[in-house]
Design a binder for this molecule. Sequence first.
Ligand code: ZN
Length: 406
Amino acid sequence: MDTRRLRGFVAWTIVLAGLGAVLVRGYEADVPKRAHRGLQPPPPPVDIVRGAFERNATLSTTLAAFGLRHSVVYEISEAVRPVFDVRRFRPGQEFTLVRDPAGDFIEFEYAIDEESTLKVERVEDGLRARREQLPLDVHVDTVAAEVNSSLWNALAGYARGDRLVVELDGVFRSRVDFYRDIRAGDRIRVLIEGLYHQGRFVKYGRVLAAEFVNQGRSFQAYRFGDEYYDENGMSTRRSLLPAPLEFSRISSGFSNARLHPILNTVRAHRGVDYAAPAGTPVMAAADGTVTFAGANGNYGRFVRIRHGSGEFVTEYAHLSRILVGVGQRVRQEDVIGRVGMTGLATGPHLHYQLMQDGRYIDPRRARVDPPQPIDEALRADFMRTMAPHQVRLAALDGRSALAAEE
Ligand SMILES: [Zn+2]
């Protein structure tokens, strides 16, 4: 680098650092005033434009409309290309364009979705584009509802109520069957992490505590570390997942005699049919070894997994895709295939079967392992964490089983 270029580079660095400081201050305008603000010199003007992508607009036409030179527009597009598909700019999504007083480009920011932004900024040797996850604040959100027909209906009024149902099913599924056990007057209360960006709800985090009062009986679950325990410190985990997928409904339960929808004959249905969109991931119900993976007559694409000593065997039928091979070791919740309707099936669903000691049993009713108590060394710590959550849950609507006992 010769002296002239070096001098130019240094000068630019100073200018950019200054502008960077201005930008940071500019973005702080929304937050409450700080005590020392008045002592800072007034920021030199930068031009900040906020807008939204219009229908049929491209990145180039949008930037050109604000008077950026074609060479700069081209440079920005080239910088963006490796990190973001330029055809993916969606109408209505907001952007911010920052220029210096001379109208030269400094920074471009685009809201890709609720959780991430695309940022293009000037650096020493040109432009740099990158995707950034938005910083999220964690709040504790509360949910309290009466459940009369289904958990879906009860939580429909909550932001992302569908997501809540999936989370709660994960917490309670070892003890409660939300598809069969619901009775009018049941209640659900939840403390769950809500993730927010600048006060706007983005998504749910982890369930911290939950109580489901089912037919007058209270089921409680408290998160501690990565596990859930009930109010007595008993683990809520089972060694086998009762449902190896996120499903929309049970289209057919386990029975020893039912009318087959296609064959129109009375046959045993020794499994559970979980209706779910084609392509939904199917998980291994527990750690095990794949003993069959391939076409299997009416069962279509089929996987069989042997668990532990072979006391339990699980089977997964009608898959559209198989993602494991015979002999492969799998861990609980590994994706082994995708929901489909291969073989004899009227629509996409997973036919799931569980065998214990060579006999098919109802996977929704299987009592696989007795619940395990929390490690004695952790018990006191758990109780200290659990107690305030229990009190808070009970206070959510004043009608919990806990409150009733007092
Ligand atoms: Zn079936």
